[in-house]
Design a protein around this ligand. Structure first.
Ligand SMILES: Cc1cc2nc3c(=O)[nH]c(=O)nc-3n(C[C@H](O)[C@H](O)[C@H](O)COP(=O)(O)O)c2cc1C
Length: 319
């Protein structure tokens, strides 16, 4: 079996610098993360929306289903986050990817449990703080990303470069807008040690999303996402009735209470599990426009590796 070594693959013990992004509902299960980890990448269970018994069962399935490293993503703002932390400490996942909060709340306890701790950051100052706190690696999310792009909307290309320059001693994973091996090569060229793929794995056979959601992702072009919920926890989602209503409210200067009510009345769950692609939050990145087919996750990993190899072979050299 081939390998592609970087500081991130060495840190995490994986074969390829390919992370499947934690995605609420889509990867709140074991099937997708297991397929990715068993294919040599890092599969990530999204604990954000999971009830504790479901998460406990999923953690057992992960431990039983692979000898390879895997991760849990925990958005620290979720209700009952401290109970989730206690549960995770009992199960000792190989890797934790925390988002939406500060690392000091969990870092020492997970390090004592032998868990590698990665922290999601949305800007350079945030990255400097997380590095000073002692995280093992940073996940840098740029504006193209599906789900929660950074409020400052700096692109992945610029933000990754800024963070690797500002924090040279902590390895970086680039997230947002990366859908294939050429994108991976671009991120490694910028100094990242790996790329994280979200939208690309939404279109996998193992992702727990409704077929209508996957069809909407495949049909989307690169310009078909919108960012809405500015000031409320901005999201990037496919354009639909919900995003149009939010954009109307935002451009007409509607009061925060009405914007918040409208934002909260729509959910990712309704879209991901119920297939409501018109009024739900169909969270996806700009890279939806680069994704054209639903494939098994292991095939996606293999294709990204092959595309990476073709890309670097094709790059021009100085004579
Ligand atoms: C449907 C969906 C759900 C997401 N849920 C989460 C989540 O629960 N926690 C998190 O930290 N990021 C979440 N994200 C963001 C991803 O982890 C990742 O940063 C993003 O998908 C990368 O951009 P890409 O989609 O262009 O690959 C989500 C993204 C999507 C598309």
């Amino acid at each position: 079996m081939t390998r592609l070594r970087t500081p991130i693959t060495d840190l995490l013990g994986i074969d390829y610098p390919i992370l499947q992004a934690g995605m609420s509902w889509a990867s709140s299960c074991s099937a997708l993360p297991l397929a990715v980890s068993n294919a040599g990448g890092l599969g990530v269970v999204a604990a954000g929306p999971m009830r504790l018994p479901d998460l406990a069962r999923t953690l057992e399935e992960m431990a039983a289903g692979t000898t390879r490293p895997w991760a849990v993503n925990l958005p620290l703002y979720r209700a009952g986050a401290d109970d989730v932390i206690d549960l995770l400490l009992q199960h000792r996942p190989p890797v934790l990817i925390a988002s939406q909060g500060g690392p000091r709340r969990y870092l020492d306890r997970f390090h004592q449990a032998g868990t590698r701790c990665l922290h999601v950051v949305a800007g350079v100052s945030h990255a400097l703080k997380a590095a000073a706190a002692g995280v093992d690696a940073l996940v840098v999310v740029g504006a193209e990303a599906g789900g929660h792009p950074p409020p400052g909307m700096v692109t992945t290309q610029v933000l990754v470069r800024a963070v690797v320059t500002a924090v040279p001693d902590v390895p970086v994973i680039a997230s947002g807008g990366v859908a294939d091996g050429a994108g991976l090569a671009a991120m490694l060229s910028l100094g990242a040690g790996a790329a994280q793929f979200g939208t690309r794995f939404l279109a996998s056979t193992e992702a727990t999303v409704h077929p209508a959601y996957q069809a909407a992702v495949l049909a989307a072009g690169v310009g078909d996402t919108r960012t809405v919920g500015h000031g409320l926890g901005v999201i990037r989602a496919l354009a639909n009735d919900f995003t149009a209503r939010m954009q109307d409210l935002e451009t007409s200067g509607a009061e925060e209470e009405l914007r918040r009510k409208t934002f909260q009345a729509s959910s990712l769950k309704d879209a991901a599990l119920g297939g409501d692609v018109h009024s739900g939050k169909v969270e996806a990145g700009q890279s939806a426009g680069l994704v054209t087919e639903v494939l098994p996750a292991a095939e996606i990993v293999a294709r990204i590796v092959a595309e990476y190899s073709e890309t670097v072979t094709r790059l021009p050299h100085l004579h």
